[in-house]
Design a protein around this ligand. Structure first.
Ligand code: PGA
Length: 249
C-alpha cells in the first residue's frame, strides 16, 4: 500500500521572529510535490505568525510539543486547542530532546497524544534508541517499550490518526545518518508492532525517518520502501535545503 509522503521540518529552538518570517516567506513561494504533505514546526512564539504566512499554500504548520492538559491553570504550557487556534494541525510528541532534557516519560507522552487527538491535532510521535541501547542490542526492546507506552489504551482508530517518526538518538544532529539497512529494519519493526497491536488502521500510519537528513541523503532515504517521509532538523533551517529535500518526496 502506498502511503502519502510526509516531510516535516523541526525548527527546534531556533530563529527570531524576523528570521522565522523570512524562511516562511521563502517556503510560501515553493510548491511541494502534489503527493507530499510538507510542513514545519516552528517554536511556539512563532507558530501563529508562520501559520499565517503559509495559509493559502499547501504547507502545513504544527507545534514541537503540546500540553496534556486542557486550557486553564498550567503555567508555561500550551494547550492543544490553543495550537489549533493558532493554525497548527500537528504536534511533535515525545521528541528525544524532550525525553532527555526534560525527562519526559511514556505516561506523559501517552497523555499528550490523547490530548492532541481530542483537539483534532495529529500527534507526530517520536521513538528511537540511544547509541548505548543500540550497542547493547536493545533497539527493538526500546522501540517496543516506547510504542507500547505511547499508545497505551488508545483505540485502533486513534492510533490510525497518528504519525510516527523513527529517530535514532545517535543520528540526531550528529551528521551520522543510520544506514539503509538499519532504517529499513527499524521501520519494518515499527510497522509490524503497530499493526500487531492496532490492526488495519495502523497499516497506513506514516512512519517518518529523522536523524541527520540532508539534501544529499534525502532521496536515498526516501527510496527505502519502509520509509514514508522525513522529520528534518538542522537541514530545515535553510529554505533552499529544505525545499530541495521536500522536492525529493
Ligand atoms: P537533525 O534533527 O535532522 O538535525 O538530525 C532531527 C530531529 O531531531 O527531528
Amino acid at each position: 500500500m502506498t502511503i502519502r509522503r510526509h516531510i516535516i521540518g523541526n525548527w527546534k529552538m531556533h530563529f527570531t521572529a524576523a528570521q522565522a518570517a523570512e524562511i516562511a516567506g521563502a517556503l510560501a513561494k515553493a510548491k511541494p510535490p502534489a503527493d507530499v504533505t510538507a510542513g514545519v514546526a516552528p517554536g511556539f512564539l512563532h507558530l501563529a505568525q508562520v501559520a499565517r504566512a503559509l495559509s493559502g499554500t499547501p504547507w502545513i504548520v504544527g507545534a514541537q510539543d503540546c500540553s496534556d492538559r486542557p486550557e486553564g491553570a498550567a503555567t508555561g504550557q500550551v494547550a492543544c486547542t490553543q495550537i489549533r487556534d493558532a493554525g497548527g494541525v500537528f504536534a511533535v510528541i515525545g521528541h528525544s530532546e524532550r525525553r532527555q532534557q526534560l525527562k519526559e516519560r511514556s505516561p506523559l507522552i501517552n497523555a499528550k497524544i490523547s490530548a492532541a487527538l481530542e483537539a483534532g491535532l495529529v500527534p507526530l510521535v517520536c521513538v528511537g534508541e540511544t547509541g548505548t541501547e543500540r550497542g547493547a542490542g536493545l533497539t527493538v526492546t526500546v522501540l517496543d517499550e516506547q510504542i507500547r507506552g505511547a499508545f497505551l489504551d488508545l483505540t485502533p482508530e486513534q492510533v490510525g490518526r497518528c504519525w510516527i517518526a523513527y529517530e535514532p538518538v545517535w543520528a540526531i544532529g550528529t551528521g551520522q545518518t543510520a544506514t539503509a539497512e538499519q532504517i529499513a529494519a527499524a521501520h519494518g519493526h515499527i510497522r509490524q508492532q503497530v499493526v500487531r497491536g492496532y490492526g488495519k488502521p495502523a497499516e497506513t500510519v506514516p512512519v517518518l525517518y529523522g536523524g541527520s537528513v540532508s539534501r544529499d541523503n534525502s532521496a536515498e532515504i526516501l527510496g527505502i520502501k519502509e520509509v514514508d517521509g522525513l522529520l528534518v532538523g538542522g537541514a530545515s533551517l535553510k529554505a533552499s535545503d529544505f525545499t530541495a529535500i521536500v522536492g525529493c518526496g
